[in-house]
Design a protein. Structure first.
Length: 134
């Protein structure tokens, strides 16, 4: 649960996670794939996506991205982009959280065979992302 962004996410059994400044990183026990969640200031999804691109460019090299897709994640507007970097599959997006002026950056990357292996877990994680209801 990210209290600041008022969203929660569930991780598959056996995954390990680490709290980071403003976020959370998670990976399967054997590694090879990582999912990271981090808050970003702003409500405008295009600006947040540009900021996310800068964050990701610091993590990986040779980033090549496809077309931006508009989605809705459990009632929250989102923009998602898939691509490749350093021979890995990369996916990232920004979700407009229930908190004014705060978006959630979600990105994951891993080798193509690892992404394929954990596809069900990745889908589970993304579908579990939801606003906190009080």
């Amino acid at each position: 649960t990210n209290e600041a962004a008022q969203v929660s996410v569930d991780l598959p059994e056996g995954w390990k996670y680490e709290q980071t400044e403003g976020g959370l990183s998670a990976e399967p026990a054997e590694g090879g794939f990582i999912v990271h969640f981090q808050t970003l200031q702003g409500d405008e999804l295009n600006a947040a996506l540009d900021e996310a691109d800068k964050v990701l460019a610091q993590e990986v090299k040779d980033l090549k991205l496809g077309e931006v897709q508009d989605l809705e994640v459990n009632g929250m507007p989102a923009k998602v982009v898939d691509g490749t970097a350093d021979g890995m599959e990369v996916s990232f997006g920004v979700v407009n959280t229930p908190v004014e002026n705060l978006c959630l950056l979600v990105y994951g990357y891993g080798a193509p065979e690892t992404v394929k292996k954990y596809q069900k877990d990745i889908t589970f994680i993304l579908q579990s992302l939801k606003p906190i209801t009080k």
